[in-house]
Write a protein that binds this ligand. Structure first.
Ligand code: FES
Length: 148
């Protein structure tokens, strides 16, 4: 049995230890804010925080999360996350929206570890989060605004 928390609520899972966390979030916990994009760790749509660090939930297995604290887009409450979400809104970042929960989780991870990132640091940290609508300039601008 694997025990962990999601957004502060205790969960326990007994089943395939190699099932991706993303499956658990969407199909067991009914938290569909975290998206399936590529399934192979390349797009970032499935990004959540594992003990405060952004991870790809499609590549994080249930056996990896014993005793861990998971935060999803539904549970973001930190000061940095509020600034990011407000900046996202003000900068009108979203186009189709599919990748945006992953983008926001990654951006919050950046600002928690580096509250005043340089543009090059933003680009490097966000490089693994793909956006098919190519909203990259607005994402970058919103991260700058959230850091101000
Ligand atoms: Fe996990 Fe693309 S769905 S990185």
């Amino acid at each position: 049995m694997t025990k962990f928390t999601i957004n502060g609520t205790e969960h326990a899972f007994e089943g395939d230890p190699y099932m991706p966390l993303l499956w658990y979030l969407r199909d067991f916990a009914q938290m569909t804010g975290t998206k399936f994009g590529c399934g192979v760790g390349s797009c970032g749509a499935c990004t959540v925080h594992l003990d405060g660090e952004p991870v790809r939930s499609c590549q994080t297995f249930m056996s990896d999360i014993e005793g861990s604290s998971i935060t999803t887009i539904e549970g973001l409450e930190s000061k940095a996350s509020k600034a990011v979400q407000q900046a996202w809104d003000e900068m009108n970042v979203v186009q189709c929206g599919y990748c945006q929960s992953g983008q926001i989780m990654q951006a919050v991870g950046l600002l928690v570890s580096n509250p005043k990132p340089e543009l090059s640091e933003i680009d490097e940290y966000m490089a693994g989060n793909a956006c098919r609508c190519a909203t990259y300039q607005r994402i970058r601008g919103a991260i700058v605004r959230a850091s101000e």
